[in-house]
Ligand binder design. Structure first.
Ligand code: SF4
Length: 257
């Protein structure tokens, strides 16, 4: 298996751009923001531009070629340094200059649209795109019209959840989205009861890591594991905090497809 990402639940990670704006308490210790600042990129906040990832198109073609050669389907997480369903934002290049095309500014929405068009055209038959967002109400706003009725089979829409309040809101909002869907319950900050989870194909759960990590109770994991299993939903336990060892009976790494 080709593994281009340190994130265990995906083979590779794709960022069309880097930069974002915080949405809720799950973003408080956003590692992508910390990394961006360390790299000297001022791309966080509604008043800041996003930075173009120039290598993204070539990276994607490389992932597709590798997966095709192996005769496999590889998962591509979009994106670890951005939110694909963020509102359109201006773009800068590596020199900090505004990205232009035919004298017009290129926006993040143009990159998103181009990727969606390529997926519709079948350019990446060996890639399963995992579009993870904290802005799930924007999914139907920004996907191509025909995806609302007939979503591509190689796309999964994911939404982030951190506590019962976000879980209840997100699962309600995700009912309006067609297609394959998953929940990323990380960093989980409080107990969550899943209840009835119609239409969700995969659950990823994990606690927070890093120097400012907030506590994660192991009983939250056992409760969610049991609920997911009784609902027949593939369940992936990622981590407690990347320091504490994961008990044997929580080493569950199931995938939906
Ligand atoms: S949505 Fe994701 S990338 Fe954006 S600030 Fe929140 S955690 Fe960071």
């Amino acid at each position: 298996m080709a593994q281009y990402s340190k994130i265990e639940w995906t083979h590779s990670t794709l960022n069309l751009w880097s930069g974002c704006t915080k949405v809720h308490e799950g973003c408080d210790h956003c590692y992508a923001e910390a990394l961006s600042h360390r790299w000297g990129n001022d791309v966080w906040g509604n008043d800041k531009p996003r930075k173009l990832t120039k290598s993204a198109p070539a990276d994607l073609l490389h992932f597709q070629r590798t997966a095709a050669q192996a005769g496999k389907v590889y998962r591509v997480f979009v994106g670890s340094m951005m939110d694909i369903f963020e509102k359109p934002m201006p773009l800068i290049d590596t020199k900090g200059l505004e990205v232009m095309s035919e004298d017009k500014p290129v926006l993040t929405s143009h990159l998103r649209q181009r990727l969606f068009e390529q997926i519709s055209q079948g350019v990446y038959p060996n890639l399963l795109f995992l579009f993870l967002t904290k802005r799930e109400t924007n999914i139907n706003k920004y996907i191509p019209e025909d995806w609302k009725v007939n979503p591509p089979s190689n796309v999964m829409f994911g939404a982030s959840v951190v506590n019962q309040t976000t879980f209840d809101r997100v699962t309600e909002n995700m009912k309006a989205v067609n297609g394959k869907k998953f929940l990323s319950i990380e960093p989980q900050l409080d107990f969550i009861k899943l209840g009835n989870l119609q239409g969700i194909d995969w659950i990823i759960q994990g606690g927070e890591s890093g120097p400012r990590k907030r506590p994660f109770k192991i009983e939250w994991a056992y409760s969610m594991r049991d609920e997911a299993q009784s609902l027949g939903i593939p369940y992936f336990f990622k981590q407690i905090d990347k320091i504490q060892p994961v008990p044997e009976d929580l080493m569950i790494k199931q995938f939906p497809f």
